[in-house]
Design a protein around this ligand. Structure first.
Ligand SMILES: [Ca+2]
Ligand SMILES: [Ca+2]
Length: 122
């Protein structure tokens, strides 16, 4: 049984997950945006790069059953990334900081409303 011990997620990770979930379910819009930002900031350096965003977009496309690396789908994914960057990268320096992310999302009724919808859906 010794061999299985290392494979069981440790309690610290479980606690992190619980905190994350309760933040998502009960947190303010501000907290939810922070959480979403962290999700996109894969390497945790405090800003979202194009590469990080495209990783997420491709993953979401795959989740939705689209084939990866098809020319048409790749083009759509790139357009989606361009759109997000045009909207969120306020100073056009090629990365989205948490401040830019918050400012853009809080101004955006659709995003704010869809975050609030978690309350009714979950
Ligand atoms: Ca990053
Ligand atoms: Ca920027």
């Amino acid at each position: 049984m010794e061999i299985f011990r290392d494979r069981v997620p440790n309690s610290c990770n479980k606690l992190d997950l619980l905190i994350t979930l309760s933040t998502l379910l009960r947190g303010s819009v501000y907290e939810r945006l922070r959480w979403t930002f962290k999700l996109y900031d894969v390497n945790g350096d405090g800003c979202i790069s194009r590469g990080e965003l495209s990783e997420i977009v491709v993953a979401v496309h795959e989740l939705m059953g689209r084939r990866a690396h098809q020319v048409e789908d790749d083009r759509k994914a790139r357009e989606q990334i361009d759109r997000v960057f045009r909207k969120l990268d306020l100073n056009q320096d090629g990365v989205i900081t948490i401040e830019e992310f918050m400012e853009s999302c809080l101004k955006d009724d659709v995003i704010t409303r869809s975050l609030q919808m978690f309350d009714t859906v979950l």
